[in-house]
Write a protein that binds this ligand. Structure first.
Ligand SMILES: [Zn+2]
Length: 116
């Protein structure tokens, strides 16, 4: 897969390969990250809805739609050269994976999203 090639290149250039942002970003990119929305599908989380928006609180809600992160998103979208405010998860990933620099911007911004 394409993202894995980027990931290998990214980790090799970075000292803290085992840091939390790496595992979180790799889960986001491979879409295996656990969110309340995903956990509720397996009856592991009692509340799959976002308390702010009342939508299923999955990773695409958090990154693409949640009102809680509107201002973080504006900044991130500008840095990633995303013009549209209404994009899909795959379009986001395609921008993140353009090059190592974009991936680094994305990883650094993840700390502003309350994902876990
Ligand atoms: Zn929300």
């Amino acid at each position: 897969m394409r993202w894995q090639l980027f990931w290998v290149a990214f980790c090799n250039s970075h000292q803290h390969v085992a840091c939390k942002c790496h595992s979180m970003a790799s889960q986001i990119i491979s879409k295996t990250i656990t969110t309340p929305g995903l956990l509720s599908r397996f009856n592991l989380h009692p509340d799959p809805l976002c308390r702010v928006c009342n939508e299923i609180n999955d990773i695409s809600h958090i990154l693409l739609r949640c009102q809680k992160y509107a201002s973080v998103r504006v900044t991130l979208w500008r840095k990633l050269n995303i013009a549209s405010t209404n994009i899909t998860y795959d379009v986001l990933l395609s921008h993140v994976l353009v090059n190592k620099n974009q991936l680094l911007i994305f990883v650094q911004t993840l700390k502003y999203f309350d994902i876990d």
